[in-house]
Design a protein around this ligand. Sequence first.
Ligand code: PAF
Length: 285
Amino acid sequence: MKTVSTLADLRAETQVLRQGGTIALVPTMGALHEGHLALVRAARAACDHVAVSIFVNPTQFGPNEDLERYPRQLAEDSAMLEAEGAALLWAPDLAEMYPPGFSAKVSVSGVSEDFCGASRPGHFDGVATVVLKLFNQVQPDMAFFGEKDFQQLAVIRTMARDLDLVRPHADAIIGVPIVREADGLALSSRNRYLSPAQREAAAVLPLAMQEAIARIEDGQNVTRTLAALEDEILGGGFDSIDYAELADACTLQRLDELGVAPARLLVAARIGGTRLIDNMAVVKG
Ligand code: PAF
């Protein structure tokens, strides 16, 4: 695996790879875990070469968020990617990604506005901007993102569709299912912030979501089920809830009843100083 940290080197390496076949991009902020490795495996199965980017993107963090303490472990991440057969690691520094005078911003309205967009103002502008840059830098045939950031995936697909992206085309932006711990907690780089007691309590989140989904799929009242879900999450040790909502899986419009269109239960909740998100499919029975 080659590691590059300048745009000039990236262009030279991607040119070589492109001559030998297709390129998949897996954008990450590092601190890799099995969830990221599942993206790399899916990317390897679909394309000839896999490029992975590692860049902790400051523009998607709010002023009081965890940018400073976000885990950075490039050597460890690089060894994991090498073992997974990635061809290229793109690890630019801040000045390479955002040179002095940088002033562009990509904003996707609609799907970005509710949920994490409401509780993290500016977050999705930062994500869309850096992801469009990564797409233009690497020009991959396909790109792979975790479904754990379900709204992020919708924002990126909308951006690709609305801006007529060619590399990758909107249809070549692939969502990979969430990887979970044995007790159901979705893998996240932020899980490492949890104390042992918080980590144990955090398992209430996926468990309570599964129970709520069973009730909704069974035809029970959505509003009352979501209220009970919030009570259960808070009763299980979480300190606050940013949102716990049923939404249309494509438009991310809130739903107060389950229709025929695919739906998703989306939750963001805080335990101690850590904000965890999760989502699950809800299917009409
Ligand atoms: O999902 C992430 O890790 C980040 O939001 C991404 C897509 C790499 C953009 O910085």
